[in-house]
Design a protein around this ligand. Structure first.
Ligand code: LRH
Ligand code: MN
Ligand code: MN
Length: 430
């Protein structure tokens, strides 16, 4: 096992310092939940088994369309990114897997696997990139990729996706996420039906290359980089794709890819009901694909999404194992701190959703008691579950207060000495 970057002794010492206060908070919450007939340890155990993957591109500072302000110790490449992901996992024990983006993270698969293994990390879904041009590629994606009018450009994009599957298979991934920027900026620029036909044809070729135990996730996004029409623009189109491709095809929901005020939890419910929910890119947004930290703008919406997931779990929906991934980008924070915070917020929403009294809720729904039904959700949401989250981390050798422990470790200053200030750090800015 390679040396991890935060010392186990530091985590233990910090935890010792906080232990008495934490224990008393946990006991108080336990007593409160017991009065609601909830066993706190059962919830803590479930929370401790809930994981969310880190996007490799999330550990670098993102940027805006206008500028990028690199931070101290930006990862220089995928191996530095894996080191940063290991730190997040070590402190939170919530993020054992990393989701790679190719070609940003392209490297010898053997080295990738060895480096990840040495840090106790695994790999979640692979992400292909046909929304920007790689330096050496023959055909440009300026006018699209999988739906491009030229067959040769489509073939190049198909082959890239197949290469992502091959790299993924070598490192233990079991899924491919496909997001394309294809679309148009002017009415008339593109024939909607023909473009979608071409997209489906290309995806069918990629689907054929999937190993038996793999899944393919298509990710919809309403707009950007195309501003008039987008080929895979919403969950309806996404559902049609998954249906057309076959049983290994599922829809991926990136929370930021919808119009403001869209009822995302209802989309989640529909996709669960029709067995096509593949997974998530968690983040938060105010206006568009803002890629803000999960739960930073509308934590209640995050809770309502988890309410649907727990409801499905509770109803024993078959073959229900959505992939949970974060997709966010940071301009003003240390990405490691933001990812720690998002991982905690995602677990918080899960823990709160586990506290919903589902029997009571169902009875209120049957009685058309709107006020009490809403209150049943609010009651769970209002519960401060922080002691449960801290205890889940503590029991898995993580930190009771991961951000404070991270700051105390001096990791950022340390890597700042090793890694020169760069203009290009953590991948793209989309
Ligand atoms: C597109 C997206 C998609 C990409 C990532 C970098 O906006 O959400 O998931 O792969 O950003
Ligand atoms: Mn995404
Ligand atoms: Mn996005």
């Amino acid at each position: 096992m390679a040396e991890l970057h935060i010392s186990g002794e530091l985590i233990a010492a910090e935890n010792d310092r906080l232990l008495a206060a934490h224990k008393s908070d946990y006991e108080a919450l336990g007593a409160h939940l017991a009065r609601r007939n909830i066993d706190i340890d059962a919830i803590t155990n479930k929370v401790a088994e809930f994981f969310v993957a880190i996007p490799s591109w999330g550990v670098g500072t993102g940027g805006t369309r206008f500028a990028r302000f690199p931070g101290i110790g930006e990862p220089r490449g995928i191996f530095d990114k894996l080191d940063d992901c290991a730190v997040i996992q070590q402190l939170t024990r919530t993020t054992p897997n990393v989701s790679l983006h190719i070609p940003w993270d392209k490297a010898d698969p053997k080295h990738l696997k060895a480096h990840a293994d040495a840090h106790g990390l695994g790999f979640d879904a692979m992400n292909s990139n046909t929304f920007s041009d790689a330096p050496d590629q023959a055909h440009s994606y300026k006018y699209g990729s999988l739906s491009h009018v030229n067959a040769a450009t489509r073939t190049q994009a198909i082959e890239h996706n197949i290469e992502c599957i091959e790299i993924g298979a070598a490192i233990g991934s079991k899924a491919l996420t496909v997001w394309i920027g294809d679309g148009s900026n002017f009415p008339g620029q593109s024939n909607f039906a023909k473009a979608f036909e071409r997209y489906l044809g290309s995806m069918t070729e990629i689907y054929k290359a999937l190993p038996d135990n793999w899944r393919i996730f298509s990710e919809h996004k309403m707009y950007e980089p195309a501003f008039y029409s987008t080929v895979v623009q919403d969950w309806g189109t996404n559902y049609l794709i998954a249906q057309t491709l076959g049983p290994k095809a599922y829809c991926l929901v990136d929370l930021g890819h919808h119009a403001a005020n869209t009822n995302i939890e209802m989309i989640v419910s529909r996709l669960i009901q029709f067995k096509k929910l593949g997974g998530f890119h968690f983040n938060d947004s105010k206006y568009g694909d803002d890629d803000l930290d999960a739960g930073s703008i509308d934590p209640y919406r995050l809770f309502l999404v988890f309410n649907e997931l727990v409801d499905a779990e509770d109803r024993g929906v078959e073959n229900f194992h959505p992939a949970h991934m974060i997709d966010q980008s940071h301009n003003v924070t240390d990405p490691i701190e933001s990812l720690i915070s998002s991982a905690n917020e995602i677990r918080r929403a899960y823990a709160q959703a586990l506290l919903v009294d589902r029997k009571a809720l169902s009875a209120y729904q049957d009685e058309n008691d709107a006020l009490m039904a809403s209150d049943a959700l609010k009651r769970a949401y209002r519960t401060d579950v922080e002691p449960i989250l801290a205890e889940a981390r503590r029991r898995s050798a993580g930190a009771i207060d991961p951000v404070a422990t991270y700051r105390k470790s001096g990791y950022r200053e340390l890597v700042g000495k090793e890694r020169p200030l760069t203009a290009a750090g953590g991948g793209g800015i989309i």
